[in-house]
Design a protein around this ligand. Sequence first.
Ligand code: FMN
Length: 377
Amino acid sequence: MSSTRRSWCRRLGAALVVVPASGCELPDGTGIAYETWHDYPDADLPPELRLVQAAILAANPHNTQPWRFVVSPEVIELWQDTERDLGAMDPIGREQVIGLGCALENLATAAPGFGRSATIEPYPDPDAPQLTARVGLATTEPRARPLADTIARRHTQRGRYLDAPLSEHVEHALEELLVDLADVELVLLQSSSDRAAFRTGTIAATKAIVADREMNEASHRWWRQTESEIERERDGLTLMATVSGAATRAIGKLGKGPDAAKTGQYWIRNTEGPQTTASAFGALVTPALQDRSTLLTVGRAWQRIHLWIAAHGLCAQPLNQMFERRDRELARDLAPDFGPKLADLVGEHGQLGFRIGYAWDEFGPSPRRPVDWVVAT
Ligand SMILES: Cc1cc2nc3c(=O)[nH]c(=O)nc-3n(C[C@H](O)[C@H](O)[C@H](O)COP(=O)(O)O)c2cc1C
């Protein structure tokens, strides 16, 4: 621990009286749960395992990391780990498949840098529905690919964003980025009335999720509070990735953590506050709701957008409460509420919502399960 941090900890400890100095290790993204962020790309690993490292660092819903890899020098198979699901929060499995698409995009982006070209074959075996993609690796001359350098610097930013419009070129650049990804359309909401509608809808959907015990508990299942829990599981949502301010994080870490009801109330408060500040909200939209191959492409599109954003001094957070409520309405045959709202805002088959802006405060990385936990050779 640095001396500045140690003395800060002591001051905090003195103020709270109850803090033992040795228990005041702030979560700073440097423990074993964060090693992949720092090791990537690990030159001691063969290229195909460096590509798995890249895939592991992708965005994924609630940091569930729903993947397994079967690896050889010529082929990487990406398998869906259906046990690492979000239950009632993702009742039609939309987010899980999108997260797998994010992993594929990181893998494909990284490959040329390690002298490989990656050919992705989605769902290659009808008898093995969990085999999400087979990625063929051919040897090529190593060459840098734009955005590959950003893989270990991209994080979801959940703090306050500045109240500033996007630079004019951003929308065009993002559209250009997606031209080779069939069937995925980008919708950006930048006018103050559109942004207000997305914000209001997201807050209302958050309240609906928290009021729905099954959904709220499904979300809470992936909450990780203490350092030992984070190091044991290396997944899920943590204080460091979701809450502003070192002091709040440190105080939060002292207890065993809030129950689902409390976490739900914090979530509503954060959504009413910092998490709906944005230069733009947006969505990725497709022609149909549940075509798995297209959902993989949505994931590829989101990961690519997020890498571009991180490379250009912007930040982003997926915001899917309205989409999750729409899916819940469909799965449970509930009276449509957020479905029509969302259709009005972004079009009928919105798959992934988000906000983009300029960060007021920076958030740290989320833990990752390392290569040897997720690979079979
Ligand atoms: C399909 C999908 C949906 C997501 N939805 C949300 C969301 O509604 N709110 C949020 O804060 N983060 C959301 N995320 C971001 C993940 O929580 C985040 O990627 C994960 O915790 C790993 O953190 P990282 O992106 O910083 O690496 C979503 C990510 C994906 C791929």
